[in-house]
Design a protein around this ligand. Structure first.
Ligand SMILES: Cc1ncc(COP(=O)(O)O)c(C=O)c1O
Length: 426
């Protein structure tokens, strides 16, 4: 067959873009060659509806092995008693939990999207907000940290069936114990979506939510540095009332409900090539090198946050405990929107994303904030001694975002710097 040069040229251009720039999107990372190799393997050819040992197709005996290894490695990584590695994405992992735990219209409580929450935690344009009754808690305006008093108040008043912790733009540790206590008090299920800090948690650098929550979901492609995908875990299985009783009087355990919610509930055939790549990534995450990598991610983030503060920027909550930070641009540049800032930085090959800040005065399309994260540049080998320089480059762009000459000068410096951190061999 004729080579599709149209698409492969685009892939080459994207490779160049990734190599040349400073990647600061908090949810992105660069996978290892062996993770990439597993993803691009013959396993993509296999249909395997069902689970290892219980498939709806023949010829699954080999992929049964890789899926079982993925499950076992994930359980080992977080000390979980049960795991499902089939969710195609984080949003689908969350959807399966909703499906297993709630009926349409049931109440649940999650972090406000504009305070750092995720779409799949109750946004009115997402299945979670469309099919279920979403309630939300905020962060406090005074210190940018989760308002646990408000969370408890709403939980006691509204008695949601599910409480969700976890966020897309929150830089602080969570008080899982406190949320679990109120969930127990009102008989709610407590779910943690650890998609963002999953890698730091695997390395033991943040509290492990598997010890506190009934159910934990994650993505595999952010700090965890695996292929694009999701997973679900439990620290223990739950008898009634968390199970459902079948007409035959059997109690279906939560693990069985979750398995059926993933398949056939919200998905069809699993992506066995991605599942094999997840297994490779979980194997990497179990090594001492991964722990060192995560320590560096954290040190880089703390150093970068301090460098922003030193330059007069306002960081929500005043710093970070994890891999990311949220800059409120209004502190230094009251007239600069996140939208304009993102565009100018991208033009200088510094990739980041505009983000609403808590109590934002602008819309989600404009925003007053930028979100930054260090997982990707740390994978490239950038250490804390370069953080002040990166912030200097960002500050130069933001101080004069309309000047093409200013942007071109910074871009040159960015490209020169990133040449020192090789990325792809091909
Ligand atoms: C906290 C959280 N949960 C879930 C997701 C969704 O993951 P995906 O994009 O794989 O559906 C994200 C993605 O950014 C996230 O930040």
């Amino acid at each position: 067959m004729k080579r599709d040069t149209e698409i492969f040229d685009i892939i080459r251009r994207e490779r160049d873009r990734q190599m040349q720039g400073i990647e600061l999107i908090a949810s992105e990372n660069f996978v290892s060659d062996q993770v990439m190799e597993a993803m691009g393997s013959v396993l993509t050819n296999k249909y395997a509806e069902g689970y290892p040992g219980k498939r709806y197709y023949g010829g699954c005996q080999v992929v049964d092995e890789s899926e079982t290894i993925a499950i076992n490695r994930l359980k080992e990584l977080y000390g979980a008693c049960w795991a499902n590695v089939q969710p195609h994405s984080g949003a689908q992992a969350n959807m399966a939990v909703f499906m297993a735990c709630l009926n349409a219209g049931d109440k649940f409580l999650g972090l406000n999207l504009s305070h750092g929450g995720h779409l799949s935690h109750g946004s009115p344009v997402n299945f979670s907000g469309l099919m279920f009754k979403a309630l939300e808690y905020n962060v406090k305006e005074s210190d940018g940290r989760v308002d646990y008093d408000q969370l408890e108040r709403i939980a006691r008043q509204e008695r949601p069936k599910l409480i969700i912790a976890g966020a897309s733009a929150y830089s602080r540790e969570w008080d899982y114990q406190r949320i679990r206590s109120v969930a127990d008090e009102i008989g709610a299920i407590f779910m943690v979506d650890m998609a963002h800090p999953a890698g730091l948690i695997a390395a033991g650098l943040l509290l492990n939510p598997v010890k506190y929550a009934h159910i934990v979901t994650t993505t595999t492609h952010k700090t965890l540095r695996g292929p694009r995908g999701g997973a679900i875990m439990m620290g223990q299985d739950f008898p009634n009332p968390w199970g459902k009783t079948t007409p035959k009087g059997e109690v279906k355990m939560m693990s069985a409900l979750l398995d059926s919610a993933v398949f056939p509930g919200v998905q069809g055939g699993p992506l066995e090539h991605v599942i094999a790549a997840k297994a490779v990534a979980f194997g990497e995450a179990l090594t001492p090198e991964f722990k060192l990598y995560q320590q560096q991610v954290k040190v880089n983030a703390a150093t970068m946050a301090q460098a922003f503060i030193d330059k007069g920027y306002h960081i929500i909550s005043g710093g970070t405990d994890n891999h990311c930070m949220l800059v409120d641009l209004r502190g230094k540049f009251p007239d600069l929107t996140g939208k304009v800032a993102e565009k100018a930085l991208v033009a200088a090959d510094i990739t980041t994303n505009k983000n609403m800040v808590p109590f934002d005065t602008r819309s989600a399309f404009q925003t007053s904030g930028l979100r930054f994260g260090t997982p990707a540049i740390t994978t490239r080998g950038v250490k804390q001694d370069r953080m002040a320089y990166i912030v200097e480059l960002i500050d130069t762009v933001l101080s004069n975002p309309e000047s093409d000459a200013n942007i071109a000068k910074v871009k040159e410096q960015v490209n020169k710097m990133m040449k020192q951190y090789p990325l792809f061999a091909w």
